[in-house]
Write a protein that binds this ligand. Structure first.
Ligand code: SAH
Length: 243
């Protein structure tokens, strides 16, 4: 049997927000590899499940490549999109050290990333230029995060923040909010979108002046508007043109 490796995005959690090609790849898989909760979401009756801890990305990537090289039809599953702060880059990092596997049948199948699902819930806050930042300092120094925050605010991007706040580093998000308040002012809109697509989804729209760090946790996607982001009725949007 010729092995293959599909690196797929499951979307944010709502059943309707997984693509047809990802569902097809899951149905054809002999093995599904990934972080425990995602593997559970991706499970099919025919596949062997390989659930792992969230912190062992590179190990997990090598394991998936080993299985594909041995002839299995492997799916590596991420939530949202696999290329956004997720497994696709980890697989390619592992592949760099395995020239013998460069010919493997490898595909990345995109998914609806949390930022887009969250934006859609409130309207169109990412309708003009925007950027996405991962606020976790697990894989980069905190000083770099602060620098990128300041420069993104100065450039007047709308901003989407992944991994905003964990119990291991509760104070950093407060620092991030303080930097944003100083750069953007207290009336700037901010959206907290928690568990989008899940049964416990919660969406809050407020201003930087009113925002509290506790409004975010690791299941929250935060969007801060640009200077033109505004409310219309119950929606939030950023106009298509900037002054
Ligand atoms: N690959 C994923 C992101 C992984 S990083 C994607 O494309 O969506 C994990 C972070 O994504 C979380 O800390 C949170 O900020 C965000 N996230 C993932 N799923 C989410 C959801 N359903 N609702 C809100 N935020 C989510």
């Amino acid at each position: 049997m010729k092995g293959s490796l599909n690196i797929v995005g499951l979307g944010p959690g709502a059943p309707g927000q997984i693509t047809g090609e990802v569902e097809f790849a899951l149905m054809a898989a002999t093995d599904i590899v990934g972080y425990g909760p995602y593997v559970e979401r991706a499970a099919t009756p025919g596949a062997v499940l390989h659930a792992s801890d969230n912190r062992v990305e590179l190990e997990r990537a090598h394991h998936a490549l080993d299985l594909a090289a041995a002839g299995r039809r492997v799916v590596v599953a991420s939530s949202g999109d696999p290329g956004v702060f997720a497994m696709a880059a980890a697989v390619f990092e592992a592949l760099e050290t395995r020239p013998e596997d460069h010919g493997l049948d490898i595909h990345v199948l995109p998914g609806v990333t949390a930022m887009l699902a969250a934006a859609a819930r409130v309207g169109a806050p990412l309708g003009h230029d925007f950027c996405a930042l991962n606020l976790s300092d697990n894989l980069k120094p905190w000083a770099l995060i602060e620098k990128r925050l300041r420069l993104a605010a100065e450039a007047d991007f709308a901003m989407a923040f992944y991994n905003p706040r964990s119990t291991a580093r509760p104070h950093q998000f407060e620092t991030a909010l303080a930097i944003l308040r100083a750069a953007c002012g207290p009336s700037r809109l901010i959206v907290f979108a928690r568990a989008v697509g899940g049964a416990d989804e919660r969406i809050e729209v407020t201003t930087l002046g009113e925002a509290k760090a506790e409004m975010a946790d690791m299941r929250t996607l935060v969007i801060v508007g640009s200077s033109t982001t505004r409310r219309v009725g119950r929606f939030v949007y950023t106009p298509r043109s900037a002054p």
